[in-house]
Design a protein around this ligand. Structure first.
Ligand code: DC
Length: 220
């Protein structure tokens, strides 16, 4: 069976997961959040007592036979580390840092590549990440590069956290975003960049609905 693949890449906080999830619902496709897979390896590395920056110790975690898998319940992706559902534990600021750290390691990227490609072979997917259109699915039927200004992304994150009652500092959030952009865009392996044939969508002044409609119309 010929499957259809939609690749959505872009920097942190551009709204990729919200948009991709909604578009997948509209199109009846499976939503694959590849960032969650990097976060899960980050969690395994953190649990192994490895500090940020100790790159040389990461291979031992991969060699220990860890398994990262995805499961879907009512269309919602859950990510499993050795069978344990870690979907909630990977959503902390610390795991954002660990994910960004491990994602620059070639062995980690190689470890996840096959699982990601396999998903697209067996399902119609909307897959989001940083290198989906450039590296994982270079022949994707539709490629979107979704971005937004640093200010917009920081403001969205700030609103999200204050709504949850968390104390946070706008400047610090904006700095974290810029640091993560710099790491993701400047790493040697599979850096974040727009594929030549990707459609650029800047969501800074768009509502979620407008972005979802734009993406769905490209898919149709
Ligand atoms: O999308 P996210 O914030 O959950 O991603 C976490 C980190 O993983 C991010 O800093 C970059 C990395 N990542 C990557 O390098 N390649 C992907 N395909 C997805 C995520």
């Amino acid at each position: 069976m010929k499957t259809i693949a939609v690749a959505i890449d872009g920097p942190s906080g551009a709204g990729k997961s919200t948009i991709a999830r909604a578009a997948a619902g509209h199109l009846g496709f499976v939503y694959v959040d590849t960032g969650a897979m990097y976060r899960t390896i980050g969690l395994a590395v953190c649990r192994a007592g490895i500090a940020l920056g100790q790159t040389e110790r990461i291979q031992s975690v991969l060699d220990s036979g860890i398994q990262v898998s995805l499961k879907y319940e009512q269309g919602v992706q859950h990510v499993l580390l050795d069978g344990e559902d870690v979907s909630a534990s990977i959503r902390t600021p610390e795991m954002s840092k660990y994910a960004s750290f491990v994602s620059a390691v070639p062995a980690v990227r190689a470890f996840l590549l096959q699982t990601q490609r396999e998903m697209a072979k067996t399902h119609n997917v909307i897959m989001d990440g940083r290198d989906i259109g450039t590296n994982i699915l270079p022949n994707a039927d539709v490629k979107i590069y979704l971005t937004a200004s640093v200010e917009t992304r920081a403001k969205r994150r700030y609103d999200e956290l204050t709504e949850k009652g968390e104390n946070c500092d706008f400047e610090e959030i904006a700095r974290d975003i810029q640091e993560r952009d710099a790491r993701d865009m400047n790493r040697e392996i599979a850096p974040l960049k727009k594929a030549d044939d990707a459609v650029l969508v800047d969501s800074s002044d768009m509502t979620i609905e407008e972005v979802v409609n734009t993406i769905c119309s490209h898919c149709k």
